[in-house]
Design a protein around this ligand. Structure first.
Ligand code: SF4
Length: 172
């Protein structure tokens, strides 16, 4: 099974430190992180993914914890203010896909797969820290900025020490 991620979550996963919108969202995100740290394959998707699931499922009742398998029925409804389907978030995905693709030198598009090994993580962290893959986050303190911008920037500035994405080195 693969971890379904939309493109801009390739950025968010780098700076995730255990904070999020709801307890269920954080619990689900922690589970996704454990899978990423276990080197499980990522499959790029368009639209809501395995991180969005906790927000979408919170109201639909179809998914209460964890995430759906690739064959499971996806939630059809969402929280009234959930942004998962918004055009602005789709634009965030497009920006992230283009910049991460350029940085990694490989396609980042629906159906593509990748694994976060140490080499990949180092490239993505460098791009995140120098801002070259962060157009999706919006300009700091602008109206388009992601609400987590300051926290994610602080985590990057401190060498990602508090970030949960940290695959083990022993098998490289
Ligand atoms: S600022 Fe927002 S979009 Fe950017 S990495 Fe953090 S949570 Fe993701």
């Amino acid at each position: 099974m693969s971890i379904r991620l939309r493109p801009h979550h390739l950025l968010c996963m780098l700076a995730y430190s255990g904070k999020g919108y709801t307890d269920a969202f954080v619990a689900n995100y922690d589970t996704v992180m454990a899978r990423l740290n276990g080197r499980e394959e990522i499959r790029i998707v368009s639209g809501p993914d395995d991180i969005c699931t906790a927000l979408l499922g919170a109201v639909s009742g179809k998914v209460e914890t964890g995430f759906p398998s690739e064959t499971a029925t996806k939630p059809e409804t969402s929280e009234p203010d959930c942004h998962c389907h918004n055009q602005s978030i789709l634009a965030r995905d497009a920006d992230a896909a283009a910049e991460v693709s350029k940085r990694l030198g490989r396609p980042i598009a629906e159906g593509e797969t990748l694994v976060v090994d140490h080499a990949t993580l180092a490239i993505l962290r460098a791009g995140f820290k120098d801002g070259s893959i962060r157009t999706a986050c919006g300009a700091y303190e602008s109206s388009a900025a992601c609400e987590w911008h300051a926290l994610c920037s602080e985590i990057a500035a401190h060498g990602f020490r508090s970030a949960k994405l940290s695959p083990p080195r022993h098998d490289e």
